[in-house]
Design a protein around this ligand. Structure first.
Ligand code: RVK
Ligand code: MG
Ligand code: MG
Length: 360
């Protein structure tokens, strides 16, 4: 794996994200705590059989997760120094072109307001969501994969950093602390995965992420509005650092984790805090253990495990797929899956364009 090129990893990340969305969407919101492994295996077998057909193949379609990721990619490629207006326009135009991609209920209001205001005050509509609390949905994290790829160049240059960039992209639609920090954690995880050389070292991965997230969460204590709690209970100030310990525990334990425990303690919901950790868990667990999918490679296992958790399957699988793809590269991603999912060739093109921007 040491010789894996950055380009292969970029392709892996963006293709992994598309596949997670297309395949995961098949089970979206099927009842948690888990989806039987047979159902996942059957679906994957069906995709693989379909790919062998000579005649017109069935195509698994992408949802809002990919629709928005494509806008992030297109906008960053056109404006590598980031243009909030261009990205907001791309989100809005894409939504109006294909409104039936399964967007979150509330985010649609933002697109309407942005269009009506002619993109005058770009960050205002998001800040007005949920009585000013902002959306805590995972819509920021689900679409962020192109950002850490572009920001990979920050290490050599004085460019916009991955955290800054992730923050600016996310705040176009999500201003809740947990949505922003969830997108940041997903972005940092992809960045770390791009650098994995040998076998994934789970402790090292979690330690590095936790140390970065401690700084991020420390900053957000004063900067971002504190989320409300329904019962007025104390707000957890370092929720992502806390849940990372649970992720570590479930990823490392010898016996296969109980899916109900994963759902109770990590979550598989539409909120960022209750879905970004599940995606990371899927990647880390599948890097070491075969569990239910022993005959599959670690990329395939990541995808299948992330979907089997149930709940917000398209989004958890898109995030898990992006991390796994960044780690293992495009060559381990089955051709058959790529052939049968919508948007793969565009994802490869975006990866190539983002790769060309390295060092510029
Ligand atoms: C359908 C109360 C809140 C909240 C807050 C709830 C697609 C709302 C994708 C809202 C992803 C929902 C997902 C989603 C991405 C958020 N108080 N409830 N402060 N903040 N919610 O609309 O882009 O699947 O019920 O901002 O984050 O596949 O409708 O959209 O799974 O979370 O949607 O939040 O959603 P939105 P998003
Ligand atoms: Mg979706
Ligand atoms: Mg979803």
């Amino acid at each position: 794996m040491t010789s894996l090129s950055l380009l292969s990893r970029f392709k892996g990340a963006l293709v992994g994200a598309v596949l997670g969305d297309c395949i995961g969407a098949y089970f979206e919101f099927e009842w948690a705590p888990s989806i039987e492994k047979e159902k996942i295996v059957n679906l994957v077998n069906k995709i693989e059989a379909e790919s062998k057909k000579d005649k017109k193949k069935k195509v698994w379609e992408f949802t809002d997760d990919t629709a928005m990721t494509r806008s992030v990619a297109r906008s960053l490629i056109a404006h590598p120094d980031f243009s909030s207006v261009d990205m907001a326009k791309k989100f809005t135009e894409e939504y109006h072109k294909e409104p039936d991609r399964g967007y979150g209920n509330a985010v649609i209001t933002i697109f309407e307001k942005l269009k009506a205001s002619d993109y005058k005050d770009i960050y205002k509509p998001a800040s007005e969501q949920f009585d000013g609390q902002g959306s805590y949905g995972n819509g920021g994290a689900m679409r962020i994969s192109p950002a850490p790829l572009l920001a990979q160049r920050e290490e050599d240059n004085d460019k916009i950093t991955k955290i800054e960039l992730t923050d600016k992209i996310t705040r176009l639609t999500h201003t809740h602390r947990d949505a922003i920090n969830g997108a940041v954690m997903q972005s940092l995880a992809i960045n770390l995965a791009l650098k994995c050389h040998e076998e994934v070292d789970i402790d090292n991965f979690v330690d590095t992420l936790k140390s970065d997230m401690a700084k991020v969460e420390e900053k957000s204590r004063s900067k971002l509005p504190k989320p409300d709690t329904e019962d007025g209970a104390e707000v957890e100030e370092f929720p992502y650092c806390k849940v990372l310990e649970t992720v570590r525990e479930y990823a490392k334990q010898e016996q296969k984790p109980d899916m109900k425990d994963i759902n109770d303690n990590l979550g598989t919901e539409i909120s960022a805090l209750k879905s970004v950790p599940a995606a990371l868990f899927s990647f880390l667990r599948a890097s070491k253990y075969g569990d239910d999918f022993k005959d599959r490679n670690p990329f395939e296992r990541t995808m299948m495990l992330s979907i089997s958790l149930g709940g917000d399957t398209d989004t958890i699988a898109t995030m898990a797929g992006a991390i796994a793809g960044a780690c293992y590269g495009i060559n381990v991603i089955p051709e058959s899956w790529q052939t049968c999912c919508e948007g793969v060739s565009d994802a490869i093109e975006f990866a190539e364009e983002l790769h060309k921007l390295q060092g510029k």
